[in-house]
Design a binder for this molecule. Structure first.
Ligand code: HEM
Length: 207
């Protein structure tokens, strides 16, 4: 849930890029100076970073435990495995590959827009400049990689949100149909909201 909340907040925050350099950089600065002068510099960011690392570690660990349990419970593969009612077969089948793509993406993304190791703009307070230069038309392969990653994230979220709500609601609950709609809506909004930023820069709508 923490990871999903972060994803939604991050996607919405990125849309500041459409308001221009000042708005985007003020937003990035606001995240760093939140609570000042009472709290030390980057307090909120560090609480968020530690929470995210812990949530991601718990998420990966529980997926390993679940996979082991599933293999132990059924050592012989199914001859035919039909998806559960309301489950998206494509989203379910891409969970592991999708997770790997998202994981590799996060490593690249941190080197690109957080540490700026692979980004042309090294000036850390200029988040807007890093986005505009990072997705410049001549760097279109970067944009393609981001699009693949956010699509993989969308599939991962669709099945993840569906599965999580079903786990909480229990078997034969009334929420199956509604959950399908909610999970699809979350996945589409997140994927489109993230994708629009690199696309807008590469196609010159934001410069
Ligand atoms: C595709 C569109 C995306 C754009 C344009 C974007 C943009 C950015 C920018 C500009 C920063 C640096 C902010 C700063 O240093 O002030 C950042 C940081 C970050 N982004 Fe993204 N992001 C995108 C997608 C994602 C996705 C899909 C994820 C996760 C799956 C993600 C996870 C992160 C993380 C973990 C940080 C580091 C936060 C920190 O500790 O400072 N981003 N992003």
């Amino acid at each position: 849930m923490l990871l999903v909340l972060f994803i939604i907040a991050h996607m919405a925050g990125n849309l500041h890029v459409f308001e221009g350099r000042e708005s985007m950089n003020d937003y990035a600065h606001g995240l760093r100076t939140f609570g000042a002068p009472l709290l030390p510099h980057e307090s909120l960011l560090w609480v968020m970073r530690i929470g995210l690392i812990a949530a991601a570690a718990a998420h990966i660990a529980s997926s390993v435990v679940l996979t082991r349990r599933a293999v132990e419970a059924r050592p012989v593969r199914y001859v035919s495995r039909k998806p559960a009612k309301g489950e998206s077969r494509h989203a379910a089948a891409t969970m592991r590959w999708g997770a790997l793509v998202v994981l590799l993406f996060v490593v690249w993304h941190l080197l690109d827009l957080t540490f700026r190791t692979v980004n042309p703009v090294k000036d850390l307070p200029d988040a807007y400049g890093a986005v505009v230069e990072g997705f410049a038309p001549e760097r279109w392969p970067v944009t393609v990689f981001y699009l693949i990653a956010v699509l993989a994230l969308g599939f991962h979220l669709r099945h993840g949100v569906w599965s999580a709500v079903q786990t909480i609601a229990g078997p034969n609950n009334k929420w199956r149909k509604r959950t399908q709609v909610i999970a699809l809506a979350v996945a589409v909004i997140v994927t489109a909201g993230f994708a629009i930023v690199p696309l807008a820069v590469t196609f010159g709508l934001v410069s």
